[in-house]
Design a protein around this ligand. Structure first.
Ligand SMILES: [Zn+2]
Length: 69
């Protein structure tokens, strides 16, 4: 397992740009978002974390609407 190559991402068919540095390359992974106040309770939402390859800012989404490309 290596590090994933940073790629462009799209949200709702628009190119995602970093809110901090306006970069357009990201790595993506799935995450659990603690919405219930308890980790591992089974009540939390799954989501996506998209990390800017340039500055490292993490953009979080609950909807799963981020797609590579
Ligand atoms: Zn950035």
């Amino acid at each position: 397992m290596g590090r994933p190559e940073p790629t462009q991402m799209r949200v709702l068919d628009r190119p995602l740009t970093c809110v901090v540095c306006a970069g357009d390359r990201f790595t993506e992974r799935s995450i659990t978002i603690i919405t219930s106040g308890f980790a591992n309770s089974g009540l939390n939402k799954s989501g996506q974390a998209v990390t800017c390859a340039a500055c490292g800012y993490i953009h979080q989404f609950v909807t799963g609407s981020v797609t590579p490309g």
